[in-house]
Design a protein around this ligand. Structure first.
Ligand SMILES: Cc1cc2nc3c(=O)[nH]c(=O)nc-3n(C[C@H](O)[C@H](O)[C@H](O)COP(=O)(O)OP(=O)(O)OC[C@H]3O[C@@H](n4cnc5c(N)ncnc54)[C@H](O)[C@@H]3O)c2cc1C
Length: 403
């Protein structure tokens, strides 16, 4: 009997972990094909440094094909354009059609620029949430240095990637000081979070106080619970009618799921995220699994301005491994072996601040938590630099079972 065919769509944090974990589980008893729109792995956490010239694309990416080749995974560099769950096929931008027994979707996010007029590649605010965005934000930063003025950093209603917004904010403050512009400019943070340090995960003990202290020390003005109405050429207009002027701005938009998964009947919610069981199997289709940002995580609270939940790298890898192990058990005709709710996964995050940082550790991503701690200090900046190198090394070699 021929080996079962598993297709993984997406080859970044979730897709890489899922494909390799499945190969570790089943070796030659499974044929794994990764279909990825990107030929390279991207270590998104380092995008915060790219605009300031501290990293270039080549420093934070590596080609995926050699890694998958070395582990017996077929790699297809193409965009998946259609999924047919009845025929169990994935069609790609090259017109090729691939049949699957099981499908793992790790397609991540797309920026929802339509959420606020004036966002987007042709808009008025920069973003750092994709490589192309971060490169554009770098060109705008270089222009800004010739003609400086007020700086606005923000995260809109519906955003979830708050950690990156804070990291960019504090890196910006560090860079303004280094360029001796801090006395000449102002720095304002506009966030949809109900309080600073909510991060889309309900906050952490002492987090609000700690961040307020940092923000005050850096002279950063903050407005929380804001919703963006529009971004113009040199201003942000909020829904309360107020206007904040800028010469440079970076605004984190909301994320949504990719169109190829949204187009599958009943597969996704309104935002294009895939509702899943705690096995990461789709609630709609038993042969389809989802991991990482593509998977739906219901928001367990209401805030006056709606915000999303950040599905960061650590839980993304955990989801991918749970999904892969359960696909392996399904192939073996066994019951699911692995169960893990997103909210019960551990939270591990190093937030960088240029020459300082904060380490976040919690037993659970979402409350209730038994243990959570935030440890500030310059050692966290050093840890983040070391972790970037380690993560790229282990991923390039396909050592997905290392922590
Ligand atoms: C600026 C920034 C900073 C961050 N900082 C941190 C941090 O410090 N710590 C942390 O833990 N997390 C951080 N994150 C979050 C982390 O990057 C995500 O958790 C992670 O990228 C999620 O991985 P994923 O595989 O689900 O999605 P993605 O990384 O988005 O990967 C999805 C992949 O699927 C591919 N794809 C999409 N559509 C298709 C298609 N139709 N066909 C084929 N391929 C497709 C894409 O090209 C992409 O390669 C940060 C994110 C950003 C944007």
């Amino acid at each position: 009997m021929s080996a079962k065919q598993v297709i993984v769509v997406g080859g970044n944090f979730g897709g890489l972990a899922a494909a390799l974990e499945l190969k570790y589980e089943l070796a030659d008893d499974v044929a794994v094909t990764v279909v990825s729109a990107s030929a390279r792995f991207l270590f998104n956490p380092s995008l915060i440094w790219l605009p300031f010239g501290k990293r270039r694309a080549g420093d934070i990416t590596f080609p995926l094909e050699p890694t998958f080749d070395a582990h017996g995974v077929e790699f297809v560099h193409a965009e998946a354009t259609a999924i047919d769950p009845a025929a169990r096929t994935v069609t790609t931008s090259t017109g090729a059609e691939y049949r699957y027994d099981y499908l793992i979707l790790a397609t991540g996010y797309r920026n929802d620029y339509e959420a606020v007029p004036g966002l987007g590649p042709d808009g008025c605010a920069q973003s750092i949430t994709t490589l192309a965005d971060a490169e554009r934000a770098g060109a705008a930063w270089r222009d800004f240095l010739d003609d400086p003025g007020p700086v606005v950093i923000g995260a809109t209603q519906g955003a979830s990637c708050f950690g990156a917004a804070y990291e960019f904010l504090f890196n910006m403050s560090h860079q303004l000081r280094k360029s001796k512009l801090n006395e000449l400019t102002s720095l304002t943070f506009l966030t949809a979070e109900p309080f600073v340090g909510h991060f889309g995960i309900g906050g952490l003990p002492g987090g609000e106080k700690l961040l307020k202290m940092f923000l005050k020390k850096e002279g950063i003005a903050v407005r929380t619970g804001v919703a963006f109405e529009e971004v113009g050429g040199d201003y942000v207009r909020l829904t309360d009618g107020s206007k904040v002027k800028f010469a440079y701005s970076m605004v984190v938009p909301p994320f949504v799921g990719q169109d190829v998964v949204r187009a599958v009947p009943n597969l996704t919610d309104g935002k294009g995220y895939i509702p899943v069981e705690d096995t990461y199997r789709s609630k709609a289709y038993p042969e389809i699994y989802a991991a990482g940002i593509a998977a739906q995580v219901p928001v367990p609270w209401r805030t006056s301005v709606p915000i999303g939940i950040p599905k960061t790298g650590f839980p993304t890898e955990s989801m991918a491994k749970v999904a892969a192990r359960n696909v392996a058990s399904a192939i073996k005709g066994e019951d699911p072996v692995s169960h893990k709710e997103f909210g019960e996964m551990a939270a591990v995050c190093m937030m960088d601040a240029g020459n300082n940082g904060v380490l976040i550790l919690a037993d659970h991503m979402l409350p209730p938590r038994k243990a959570a701690v935030m440890i500030p200090g310059p050692q966290v900046h050093a840890m983040k630099l070391a972790f970037e190198k380690y993560y790229l090394w282990k991923s390039r070699h396909g050592y997905v079972r290392l922590p």
